[in-house]
Design a binder for this molecule. Structure first.
Ligand code: THU
Length: 160
Protein backbone atom coordinates (compact mmCIF):
# COMPACT_ATOMS: atom_id res chain seq x y z
CA UNK A 1 0.00 0.00 0.00
CA UNK A 2 1.16 3.48 -0.73
CA UNK A 3 -0.26 6.76 0.40
CA UNK A 4 -0.21 9.49 -2.20
CA UNK A 5 -0.73 13.16 -1.61
CA UNK A 6 -2.75 15.26 -3.98
CA UNK A 7 -1.58 18.81 -4.21
CA UNK A 8 -3.06 21.75 -5.96
CA UNK A 9 -2.25 25.42 -5.83
CA UNK A 10 -4.02 28.63 -6.67
CA UNK A 11 -3.36 32.34 -6.40
CA UNK A 12 -5.69 34.34 -4.21
CA UNK A 13 -6.21 38.02 -5.03
CA UNK A 14 -7.87 40.33 -2.52
CA UNK A 15 -10.09 41.86 -5.18
CA UNK A 16 -10.41 42.38 -8.92
CA UNK A 17 -8.26 45.49 -8.92
CA UNK A 18 -5.23 43.30 -8.09
CA UNK A 19 -5.67 41.33 -11.33
CA UNK A 20 -3.55 41.86 -14.43
CA UNK A 21 -5.31 44.00 -17.06
CA UNK A 22 -6.29 41.07 -19.35
CA UNK A 23 -7.75 39.11 -16.42
CA UNK A 24 -9.62 42.13 -15.09
CA UNK A 25 -11.14 42.82 -18.54
CA UNK A 26 -12.22 39.18 -18.82
CA UNK A 27 -13.82 39.32 -15.36
CA UNK A 28 -15.66 42.50 -16.45
CA UNK A 29 -17.07 40.48 -19.37
CA UNK A 30 -18.14 37.71 -16.97
CA UNK A 31 -19.94 40.34 -14.88
CA UNK A 32 -21.64 41.56 -18.07
CA UNK A 33 -22.73 37.98 -18.82
CA UNK A 34 -23.93 37.49 -15.24
CA UNK A 35 -26.28 40.45 -15.58
CA UNK A 36 -28.06 38.64 -18.43
CA UNK A 37 -28.48 35.30 -16.61
CA UNK A 38 -31.91 33.72 -16.50
CA UNK A 39 -32.18 32.63 -12.87
CA UNK A 40 -35.75 33.33 -11.71
CA UNK A 41 -35.85 30.24 -9.44
CA UNK A 42 -32.54 30.26 -7.56
CA UNK A 43 -32.03 34.04 -7.85
CA UNK A 44 -28.37 33.05 -8.17
CA UNK A 45 -26.83 34.47 -11.33
CA UNK A 46 -23.58 33.20 -12.75
CA UNK A 47 -21.56 34.68 -15.60
CA UNK A 48 -18.70 33.09 -17.51
CA UNK A 49 -16.34 34.64 -20.05
CA UNK A 50 -13.98 32.57 -22.21
CA UNK A 51 -10.95 34.17 -23.84
CA UNK A 52 -9.96 32.22 -26.96
CA UNK A 53 -6.50 32.09 -28.52
CA UNK A 54 -7.79 34.18 -31.45
CA UNK A 55 -8.79 36.98 -29.07
CA UNK A 56 -12.53 36.30 -29.29
CA UNK A 57 -14.44 36.40 -25.99
CA UNK A 58 -17.44 34.11 -25.61
CA UNK A 59 -19.96 34.65 -22.83
CA UNK A 60 -22.24 32.25 -20.99
CA UNK A 61 -24.67 32.51 -18.10
CA UNK A 62 -26.97 30.15 -16.26
CA UNK A 63 -30.28 29.38 -17.93
CA UNK A 64 -32.82 27.96 -15.52
CA UNK A 65 -36.04 26.13 -16.27
CA UNK A 66 -39.35 25.55 -14.48
CA UNK A 67 -38.44 21.85 -14.70
CA UNK A 68 -35.37 22.51 -12.54
CA UNK A 69 -32.96 19.83 -13.85
CA UNK A 70 -33.51 21.09 -17.38
CA UNK A 71 -31.62 24.28 -16.55
CA UNK A 72 -27.93 24.71 -17.25
CA UNK A 73 -24.87 26.31 -15.61
CA UNK A 74 -23.13 29.34 -17.04
CA UNK A 75 -19.86 27.50 -17.68
CA UNK A 76 -21.44 24.78 -19.78
CA UNK A 77 -23.65 27.22 -21.70
CA UNK A 78 -20.44 29.12 -22.49
CA UNK A 79 -18.12 26.26 -23.33
CA UNK A 80 -20.68 24.71 -25.65
CA UNK A 81 -20.96 28.02 -27.46
CA UNK A 82 -17.17 27.89 -27.86
CA UNK A 83 -17.24 24.25 -29.02
CA UNK A 84 -20.05 24.83 -31.49
CA UNK A 85 -18.95 28.20 -32.90
CA UNK A 86 -15.16 27.81 -32.72
CA UNK A 87 -14.31 24.11 -32.92
CA UNK A 88 -10.57 23.54 -32.57
CA UNK A 89 -9.86 27.06 -31.29
CA UNK A 90 -8.06 26.91 -27.95
CA UNK A 91 -9.43 28.46 -24.78
CA UNK A 92 -6.83 30.55 -22.93
CA UNK A 93 -8.79 31.63 -19.89
CA UNK A 94 -12.16 31.42 -18.25
CA UNK A 95 -13.48 33.99 -15.76
CA UNK A 96 -16.49 33.18 -13.55
CA UNK A 97 -18.55 35.36 -11.22
CA UNK A 98 -21.74 34.79 -9.24
CA UNK A 99 -24.24 37.05 -7.47
CA UNK A 100 -27.43 36.38 -5.56
CA UNK A 101 -30.58 38.38 -4.99
CA UNK A 102 -30.76 36.88 -1.48
CA UNK A 103 -27.29 37.58 -0.10
CA UNK A 104 -24.02 39.21 -0.99
CA UNK A 105 -21.79 36.55 -2.49
CA UNK A 106 -18.41 37.50 -1.05
CA UNK A 107 -16.68 34.12 -1.46
CA UNK A 108 -15.12 32.92 -4.72
CA UNK A 109 -17.57 30.61 -6.53
CA UNK A 110 -15.79 27.80 -8.34
CA UNK A 111 -17.34 25.78 -11.16
CA UNK A 112 -19.52 22.85 -10.06
CA UNK A 113 -18.32 19.28 -10.51
CA UNK A 114 -20.28 18.65 -13.69
CA UNK A 115 -18.86 21.83 -15.25
CA UNK A 116 -15.32 20.83 -14.26
CA UNK A 117 -15.82 17.49 -15.96
CA UNK A 118 -17.26 19.15 -19.08
CA UNK A 119 -14.44 21.70 -19.24
CA UNK A 120 -11.79 18.99 -18.76
CA UNK A 121 -12.69 17.50 -22.16
CA UNK A 122 -11.74 20.79 -23.84
CA UNK A 123 -8.51 21.26 -21.88
CA UNK A 124 -7.38 17.71 -22.63
CA UNK A 125 -8.19 18.02 -26.34
CA UNK A 126 -6.42 21.35 -26.78
CA UNK A 127 -3.30 20.06 -24.94
CA UNK A 128 -2.85 23.42 -23.27
CA UNK A 129 -4.05 24.43 -19.83
CA UNK A 130 -7.01 26.75 -19.38
CA UNK A 131 -6.52 29.36 -16.67
CA UNK A 132 -9.58 29.68 -14.45
CA UNK A 133 -10.43 32.80 -12.46
CA UNK A 134 -13.41 32.83 -10.15
CA UNK A 135 -15.06 35.13 -7.66
CA UNK A 136 -18.41 35.94 -6.08
CA UNK A 137 -19.95 39.35 -6.57
CA UNK A 138 -17.33 41.11 -4.44
CA UNK A 139 -14.15 40.16 -2.66
CA UNK A 140 -11.40 37.66 -3.31
CA UNK A 141 -10.58 36.16 -6.68
CA UNK A 142 -9.05 32.71 -7.10
CA UNK A 143 -6.83 31.99 -10.10
CA UNK A 144 -5.73 28.51 -11.06
CA UNK A 145 -3.34 27.68 -13.85
CA UNK A 146 -5.40 24.82 -15.25
CA UNK A 147 -8.77 23.14 -15.11
CA UNK A 148 -7.36 19.72 -14.30
CA UNK A 149 -5.78 21.14 -11.15
CA UNK A 150 -9.38 21.47 -9.92
CA UNK A 151 -10.26 17.90 -10.85
CA UNK A 152 -7.93 15.19 -9.59
CA UNK A 153 -8.64 11.59 -10.72
CA UNK A 154 -10.89 12.90 -13.48
CA UNK A 155 -12.48 10.64 -16.03
CA UNK A 156 -11.32 10.95 -19.63
CA UNK A 157 -11.41 9.11 -22.93
CA UNK A 158 -8.37 7.00 -22.03
CA UNK A 159 -10.67 4.81 -19.94
CA UNK A 160 -12.95 4.00 -22.88
N1 THU B 1 -24.63 27.48 -11.34
C1 THU B 1 -23.80 27.82 -12.37
O1 THU B 1 -24.23 28.45 -13.34
N2 THU B 1 -22.52 27.41 -12.30
C2 THU B 1 -21.97 26.71 -11.28
O2 THU B 1 -20.83 26.30 -11.36
C3 THU B 1 -22.76 26.48 -10.07
C4 THU B 1 -24.21 26.73 -10.17
C5 THU B 1 -26.03 27.88 -11.42
C6 THU B 1 -27.00 26.75 -11.62
C7 THU B 1 -28.27 27.32 -11.06
O3 THU B 1 -28.93 28.04 -12.09
C8 THU B 1 -27.80 28.30 -9.99
O4 THU B 1 -26.41 28.53 -10.23
C9 THU B 1 -27.98 27.79 -8.57
O5 THU B 1 -27.41 26.53 -8.41
Amino acid sequence: MEKIELKTSATLFNNVSELAQEDKLLMDKAIEARAKAYAPYSKFSVGAAFLLENGVIILGNNQENAAYPSGMCAERVGVWKVGSEFPGVKIKKLAITAASENLTVDKPVGPCGACRQTLSEYEINQKEPIEILFMGEIGKVVKTTSLLSLLPFSFDSSYL
